[in-house]
Design a binder for this molecule. Structure first.
Ligand code: TXA
Ligand code: MG
Length: 307
């Protein structure tokens, strides 16, 4: 097992062809064994080892966005075992856009002793249900002695997990929003991106209480923030807001977030960890705008929130 930086968040990696190695990741995270995990590749030439069908849409999106923060769900190849697919007929794959990740993946790929090494299975390097790590120190704090090796690549640029698009059923379906927006994907495909229906595959990130800090977190519309703060007087509060703290505010740990979506996403998980570590009674987050470029951030905040 090796924890490594990607452009989105840190991953906890192991040989994707080795079910015993993949099982170690799940044990370290405390994650249910039947959840599928993304296979990370160092190059597009490795894709046929994992995906049994590579539709034209996948080629287009790979050419446009890989290496980068996009995961494609494709029909699995025979070599993709249940340990990475969670027993489904599909596999999640991506080529990450981070120099350390790419170097690791390229060094790992090859043949030795008659065995082929080609992909690294890696969920985010956090305990199951918790906030993804965006620094090596976060990984240490999350997983401690459970992981021997953490490659330190500094703070992750994007800061939230990859956009996930399912291409396994003849159309493009958005399973998880991220930095790459549905509009960007639609522009490349020349076709709309759908939202998942009830028959969509299981995505652990789609569980209601995912990406959550320990402290109860409430998403509050900007205009309602003063009244909510007044209503909670006497409690120990933390606030994450793009606005500056109002003058004269007492006993509130106020964290100012970047105005733009990319900067906000980049700092989001580190800020939530910092506020969570204060052990306040509640974290109030001023709801960001609802414009398309905020979709990934808003999705994570909704999942982290208790309201
Ligand atoms: O940015 C990312 O994607 C990071 C970095 C490390 O690459 N990884 C990540 O992995 O977020 P994880 O395991 O925390 O989230 C991956 C999500 C899970 O919700 C999983 O259920 C879903 O992808 N997934 C993986 N394979 C799938 C499949 N075959 N079908 C449907 N969902 C799948
Ligand atoms: Mg995760």
């Amino acid at each position: 097992m090796v924890a490594f930086p990607t452009e989105t968040v840190y991953g906890l990696g192991a040989d994707a062809s080795n079910p015993a190695a993949v099982a170690k990741i799940f044990a370290a995270k405390g994650r249910p064994q039947d959840h599928p995990v993304i296979v990370h590749l160092g190059g597009i030439e490795l894709l046929p080892l994992w995906a049994g069908e590579i539709p034209a849409a996948a080629r287009k999106l790979a050419a446009a966005f890989w290496p980068g923060p996009l995961t494609l769900i494709l029909k699995r190849a025979a070599g993709a075992s249940d340990s990475v697919t969670g027993g489904q007929d599909t596999v999640g794959v991506r080529i990450p856009g981070h120099p350390v990740a790419l170097e690791l993946l390229r060094a790992f790929a090859g043949e030795e002793g008659g065995r082929v090494f080609s992909g690294v299975a890696a969920p985010s390097a956090n305990r199951f249900g918790r906030i993804s790590p965006t620094t090596a120190a976060h990984v240490r704090a999350e997983l401690g002695a459970a992981v021997d090796c953490v490659l330190d690549g500094g703070a992750c640029g994007v800061g939230i997990e990859s956009t996930i698009v399912d291409l396994s059923r003849g159309r493009a379906v958005l399973l998880r929003p991220g930095e790459i927006t549905p509009a960007q994907i639609a522009a490349v495909l020349g076709a709309e991106v759908d939202l998942p229906d009830a028959a969509a595959p299981r995505v652990s990130g789609a569980l209601a209480s995912h990406y959550a800090p320990r402290t109860p977190l409430y998403l509050v519309a900007a205009a309602e923030l003063p009244a909510r703060l007044a209503g909670l007087r006497g409690k120990r509060l933390a606030v994450l807001a793009r606005a500056a703290a109002p003058p004269g505010l007492k006993d509130v740990s106020w964290q100012t977030a970047p105005r733009a979506a990319a900067g906000y996403a980049h700092e989001l998980y580190a800020s939530l960890r910092r506020l969570d570590d204060l052990s306040c009674d509640a974290i109030l987050v001023e709801a960001p705008p609802s414009a398309p470029e905020w979709q990934g951030v808003n999705d994570r905040l909704r999942r982290a929130s208790s309201n």
